[in-house]
Design a protein around this ligand. Structure first.
Ligand code: DX5
Ligand code: ZN
Length: 234
């Protein structure tokens, strides 16, 4: 069975690594860049040991954004805030498996709001927990660091996990995209695409570079070559 992806992955720079004092210009300069989505990390200081930003900041970013906003909720009881995030401009809403005892209901709620529904897995959570819900999902976010902070080191086991998830999705008839989040750079992005990743989130690698727009263009170019190479190998 061919488990390789035919297209270059979507790129989702994480605004967690942007300059918060200049979110308007940070958002605007990504317009027309190789960014397909803008990744927006919400942290509550409970599910993860850090607090980032929330609904009013999303509203502000959305006013200046050209790309769809990919909201990653690292919060407890996300079910209470789904419609508020949708109203503030979320195109995708991803909740954590570990934060949702009634995950099926939460996923249906997100879809009823008209958003793409995603589920994120912490590094220790096996992909098999999604077996009975895979067909309902639009997105699975594989955390390649422990969530809560930008700038952490990529966990190498993620490659094996992405490949296992790809197989699970194919077997379940699911068209969910596989997103990888944390420590992504051009050191590991090619291998992630080969393993089956469809969406790459990158914070520090993009925003800590001298020219984030050029870095995104370089990622797009190199990963398109990886995807094209896979096509040729078949
Ligand atoms: C981590 C966040 C990530 C983070 C990625 O908890 O979910 O989206 O912004 O940042 P880097 O690419 O710096 O690891
Ligand atoms: Zn994230």
């Amino acid at each position: 069975m061919n488990l390789t992806r035919r297209l270059a992955p979507l790129l989702a720079p994480s605004l967690l690594a942007a300059d918060f004092g200049n979110l308007q210009s940070e958002t605007e300069r990504l317009a027309g860049s190789a960014a397909d989505w803008l990744h927006f990390d919400v942290m509550d200081g409970r599910f993860v040991p850090n607090i980032s930003f929330g609904i009013p900041v999303l509203q502000a970013v959305h006013r200046h954004a050209q790309q769809p906003i990919d909201v990653h909720l690292m919060i407890e009881e996300p079910q209470h805030y789904l419609s508020a995030f949708r109203d503030a401009g979320a195109a995708n809403i991803t909740v954590h498996y570990e934060a949702c005892p009634h995950l099926h209901r939460v996923v249906q709620q997100i879809k009823q709001l008209g958003c793409r529904a995603g589920v994120a897995l912490n590094p220790h959570t096996p992909v098999g927990v999604l077996e009975d819900i895979a067909a309902d999902l639009d997105l699975v976010c594989v955390m390649s660091v422990n969530p809560g902070f930008g700038g952490q080191t990529f966990i190498p086991n993620t490659l094996r996990k992405v490949a296992a998830l790809k197989e699970l999705l194919v077997d379940s008839g699911s068209s969910a995209l596989i997103e990888v989040d944390g420590g992504v750079s051009l050191d590991n992005a090619g291998a992630l695409v080969e393993a089956g990743a469809d969406v790459l989130v990158a914070g520090s690698f993009v925003f800590n570079s001298p020219d984030p727009v050029a870095t995104l263009a370089l990622m797009r170019q190199q990963l398109a070559a990886v995807a094209a190479g896979e096509e040729e190998d078949k």
